[in-house]
Design a protein around this ligand. Structure first.
Ligand code: ADP
Ligand code: ZN
Length: 613
């Protein structure tokens, strides 16, 4: 009986990539494209999109042409593939003429399985001629269009050249195409189909759940970077990204972290191009670098062992937040998405939208996006359920409840009846003329004798000192939740001032009851020192081996001038450390070690392990 495409694919997956089995829809996608069909693949970041075009390209005759928007991304992919023994190359502006000519010759002579190319280069007349010549010789296996959402003018990654990619299909209709993206929403999906003429493509839509990412939201306790440092203490020696709102914030936070002994680097659009490139390279190549960045840092960062993404300011939308946090844990190992926010963030972002230049329609849209994000932050239910619900997935329905891997599932928040507190707060806003920020309002409620209180005679208000049952921290929580739920709003004219909204009346009149989340004590979990997540549950011996293996990997990576994860992923090193294999056969059993890597590293690795005992 002839062996099927599926059998061949599985052999390649095991022998070359060292993975024991396909994930999710990978097998179906590979089969579809390997047999000549078109596909549109929607998979979350880290879901395993690359294999979906790499394997069919290797299974079919000729070379797979991969359109990819970023040079850094291409170089990483090519490097990784070469390590596995796959014949891959890229054509981009970083190559000199001679190197480019070499790659072209290899391709036309049939010595390449995968060729990565930037869209503008592919669409240049010369390159299209080459594709034509390769096609005549039967040397085009498929066209893969990575980051296909770049075709959408409404997204933030819009690349006009992507729209001209239909030319591939017009000229060579017999070559299968596969478009891939991690951007899920339905309008973008429709736009991709239309703009890339993928009407006949089969759509493979995966769940966007990232079960290995633990979501956590904390409330700023006014202690600046200390909260962040506490969080980072649980991730010592691990790579991660800290997202901040502005260039200034990025600079300041990076500086504070460096002072505290964290290996942190800044990244934002205001830095010279060389500094940015150097910092990015360093982040990709070295172990345990923390990148403090604006959202200018992101697309194309496919470093698999990013162990955490921390937001120290509120992101602008749930989609943005999900995409940013998705950069953690692509290797499937435990990872954390941590967000800290406070009243100030809400007030700032609201004011920024209100005072902005955008059209009313656009402002309305932005307000709705912010509200959705605030709903997420203040939610007392499962975070994952809330996030996936936003993308139209019914997590609870599919899994019968919460996820067990978010703060609200792990430590269910306590709530309290906040109706009376809310009435006091709103009434205090009203009595003092809707002209003051939360700090002063809290002083009035708690009866604090300040210059400002005396200056305005606020100690004579009926709301003076009526809130002594709560402390300032608890009141901040009340105000934050009132603003988040639209019962108070920031006055766009007067920075920070809070005023009532159309919905406040019902609460003031006692017609609406409110439930608030308890504000946990600050530093509740800061003290205990946790080791990093990837090391969790390793016994002392395995931990020693793991550290030694990382040192070995760092040396090998340095020698070859490639990022450490190209040699082996953390999860593979961890598995080796746990199993302590004594011979090549045992080493080959470990997921992530394919034939080529076994051949290349087994001797060295086994020697190294033997010397440890
Ligand atoms: P994406 O492009 O969707 O973000 P990648 O293709 O970079 O994801 O894959 C993410 C990670 O998952 C990579 O480290 C890859 O080696 C790993 N991976 C992909 N498919 C499998 C599989 N079938 N089994 C184990 N690991 C896999
Ligand atoms: Zn949960």
């Amino acid at each position: 009986m002839p062996r099927s495409t599926a059998d061949h694919a599985l052999d390649l997956l095991r022998d070359t990539f060292g993975h024991p089995a396909f994930r999710g829809e990978q097998a179906a996608i590979v089969e579809r494209v390997a047999e000549g069909g078109d596909a549109l693949v929607l998979m979350p970041t880290g879901g395993g999109k690359s294999l979906c075009y790499q394997l069919p390209a290797m299974l079919r005759d000729g070379c797979g042409i991969v359109v990819s928007p970023l040079i850094a991304l291409m170089q990483d992919q090519v490097e990784g593939l070469r390590q596995l023994g796959v014949r891959a190359a890229s054509l981009n502006s970083s190559l000199d003429a001679q190197a480019a000519a070499d790659v072209e010759r290899q391709w036309l002579e049939g010595d390449l399985d995968l060729l990565y190319v930037a869209p503008e280069r592919l669409l240049g007349g010369r390159m299209l001629d080459l594709v034509g010549r390769a096609h005549e010789r039967g040397r085009i296996a498929l066209f893969a269009i990575d980051e296909a959402h770049c075709v959408s003018q409404w997204g933030h990654d819009f690349r006009p050249e992507y729209r001209q990619l239909t030319v591939l299909h017009e000229r060579w209709p017999d070559v299968p195409r596969i478009a891939l993206t991690a951007t899920a929403d339905a309008p973008t999906r429709r736009e991709i189909v239309e703009r890339l003429a993928l009407e006949d493509a089969r759509q493979f839509v995966s769940s966007f759940d990232r079960p290995n990412i633990r979501y956590r939201v904390v409330h700023k306790d006014g202690a600046g970077s200390r909260q962040l440092l506490d969080f980072l203490r649980g991730h010592e020696g691990e790579s991660g990204i800290v997202y901040a709102f502005s260039r200034k914030r990025v600079e300041a936070i990076a500086e504070q972290l460096v002072e505290a002994g964290v290996h942190a680097l800044p990244y934002h659009a205001g830095l010279p191009a060389e500094t940015r490139a150097a910092n990015q390279r360093h982040f990709l190549q070295a172990d345990g670098v923390v990148m403090v960045a604006t959202i200018a840092f992101g697309m194309g960062i496919d470093k698999p062992d990013v162990r955490f993404v921390a937001h120290v300011d509120l992101p602008k939308s749930v989609e943005g937040y999900y995409q940013e946090t998705g950069r953690a844990g692509r290797d499937g190992g435990p990872a954390e998405a941590w967000l800290s926010y406070g009243l100030g963030d809400v007030v700032n972002l609201r004011a920024l939208i209100d005072r902005g230049e955008a059209s009313d329609e656009r402002k309305h849209l932005e307000r709705n996006k912010l509200d959705a994000l605030l709903g997420y932050c203040e939610s007392t239910g499962c975070r994952r359920q809330a996030l996936l619900g936003w993308f139209g997935e019914d997590y609870a329905g599919a899994h019968g409840g919460g996820c067990g891997n978010c703060d609200n599932c792990l430590e269910p928040p306590e709530t309290w009846d906040g109706t009376e507190a809310a009435r006091k707060a709103l009434s205090c806003v009203y009595r003092s003329g809707q002209r003051f920020g939360a700090g002063h309002l809290i002083d009035i409620l708690t009866g604090k004798d300040t210059d400002k209180v005396r200056q305005f005679g606020h100690d004579t208000l009926s709301t003076w000192a009526i809130g002594r049952d709560l402390d300032a921290r608890q009141w901040r929580g009340v105000f934050r939740q009132l603003v988040a739920s639209g019962l108070l709003e920031a006055d766009a004219e007067r920075y920070n001032a809070l005023r009532l909204t159309a919905s406040s009346g019902a609460v003031l009149r006692g017609e609406r009851r409110l439930s608030f989340r308890h504000e946990p004590e600050a530093r509740r979990r800061g003290r205990t020192h946790r080791s990093s997540m990837i090391e969790a549950d390793l016994d002392a011996e395995a931990l020693g081996r793991f550290h030694a293996l990382r040192e070995w990997r760092a040396a090998v990576a340095k020698e070859q001038n490639v990022p450490a994860y190209v040699i082996f992923h953390d999860s593979t090193l961890r598995a080796i450390a746990e199993a302590a294999p004594g011979n090549e056969g045992a080493l080959a059993e470990i997921p992530g070690i394919g034939a080529r890597k076994l051949e290349r590293y087994a001797g060295d690795l086994l020697d190294h392990l033997a010397r440890l005992d």
